[in-house]
Design a binder for this molecule. Structure first.
Ligand code: MLT
Length: 390
């Protein structure tokens, strides 16, 4: 019989969001205010579903039928991404790879690099970055504390690191890196010959010119960074699955190998591509009517984040994020632990949130609220919270 890869035994027993689901399962789902996992709640705009349906219909006819698609994604979508998202940025369509979600892409790309690579991650962080490196057997992981006193931005690593994960606007803290903050990291990576994985899943929520949407807005970033973007949060594709990553051809490993070339080799073996109708749906997001429809939904989520943020402040909670992000990072009261506060919210206020310590040790004492909820849910949650005595 086969033996288990023992690196898997080093993981927490359950994935954070599954643990939350298990705990919430004891309660009547309908009566809970779900401000937990960052999943969409607004209907996908009709203009997008129309594009998906009409692409599906093409498959009914032999003359328009498509079978296996290109592993890197259809050219029509890569060109639409390049023309709309990388205006005045020297990224070409063949440096874009269409994927079926950032989680999958970011967790598998690290397979390309040697096991002894030094990795730096923020603490707290999206758990997938750490878990995927643990599964790959990496032991050299430096956690960069993101604390209230430094505005939840990480300080530069102490050691020479090879791979750095940055998420901006950040999950879970909701804090965004300004141009100046990000430049510091690009300069550091250049000096250290390190590679940055830049997760831009929440870039559609950015509201200030001072916060870059893409790391490639920083000069020289195309020599040190791979960027990940998604249609999940911006266009409601959490169930449809479509994302992309940008991998500049300039990027080389320390031993001189082209990362682009080997990543193409990697996906040709391991990835079957994103389905044709879903890529047509994603392409529609870049049309004028697609953009308007997406903006309408994003504005609703933005107002939800504002209402939640202001509501928490008025209840005397200390909050961060929620301005360039759907996430609000909230300090527990009376120095309660994250999990105790989570339990209290669930039992006494019928609210699902995510305990900060689930994202790392430095998240202890915080809780994350998601604003991917309708106005009524947010209002109910705030009313329930007001009644809780602490
Ligand atoms: C979250 O709640 O952190 C995200 O929805 C998780 C994800 O995107 O995988």
């Amino acid at each position: 019989m086969v033996k288990l890869n023992k690196d898997y035994t080093k993981l927490d027993e359950d994935y954070l969001f599954f643990e939350i689901e298990k705990r919430a399962a004891f309660f009547v789902k309908k009566s809970l205010c779900n401000l937990g996992i960052g999943d969409i709640t607004l209907a996908i705009p009709e203009v997008i579903t129309e594009a998906i349906c009409s692409a599906t219909k093409e498959l009914q006819e032999e003359k328009t039928l498509r079978g296996y698609g290109p592993s890197q994604g259809y050219l029509f979508l890569r060109e639409a991404i390049q023309k709309n998202e990388y205006i005045n940025i020297p990224i070409t369509e063949d440096e874009i790879f269409v994927q079926n979600g950032i989680k999958n892409a970011i967790s598998s790309l690290q397979d390309l690099f040697c096991k002894t690579s030094y990795v730096a991650v923020c603490d707290p962080t999206y758990p997938v970055y750490v878990d995927s490196n643990v599964m790959a057997g990496r032991e050299n992981i430096e956690y960069l504390p993101c604390l209230e006193e430094n505005g939840f931005l990480p300080t530069l690593p102490q050691k020479n690191v090879d791979l750095i994960y940055i998420c901006s606007p950040n999950n879970p803290t909701g804090v965004a890196f300004t141009r100046k903050d990000l430049k510091k990291w690009v300069d550091f990576a250049k000096k250290q010959n390190a590679l940055i994985f830049f997760d831009g899943a929440y870039e559609a929520f950015i509201t200030s010119d001072d916060v870059p949407h893409s790391i490639y807005e920083i000069p020289g970033a195309d020599e040190v960074a791979i960027e990940f973007r998604s249609f999940s949060k911006s266009a409601g594709f959490t169930g449809l699955r479509c994302s992309y990553l940008v991998l500049p051809k300039k990027l080389k490993t320390e031993d001189g190998f082209s990362i682009h070339k080997f990543y193409k080799r990697h996906i040709d073996t391991k990835y079957g591509g994103t389905s044709y109708p879903i890529q047509r749906g994603a392409e529609r997001c870049f049309t004028e009517d697609g953009k308007k429809a997406l903006e309408r939904n994003l504005n609703i989520y933005r107002s939800g984040a504002k209402m939640l943020r202001e509501g928490l402040i008025s209840l005397d909670y200390k909050v961060f994020g929620g301005t360039h992000s759907p996430y609000i990072w909230c300090k527990t009261k009376n120095e309660m632990s994250s999990w105790d506060f989570f339990d209290l919210l669930l039992k006494k206020a019928q609210i699902i949130a995510i305990p900060g310590s689930g994202f790392g040790r430095c998240g202890e004492g915080f809780i994350r609220f998601s604003a991917f909820a309708n106005q009524k849910t947010i209002e109910t949650a705030l009313n329930n919270l007001e009644k809780v005595t602490l």
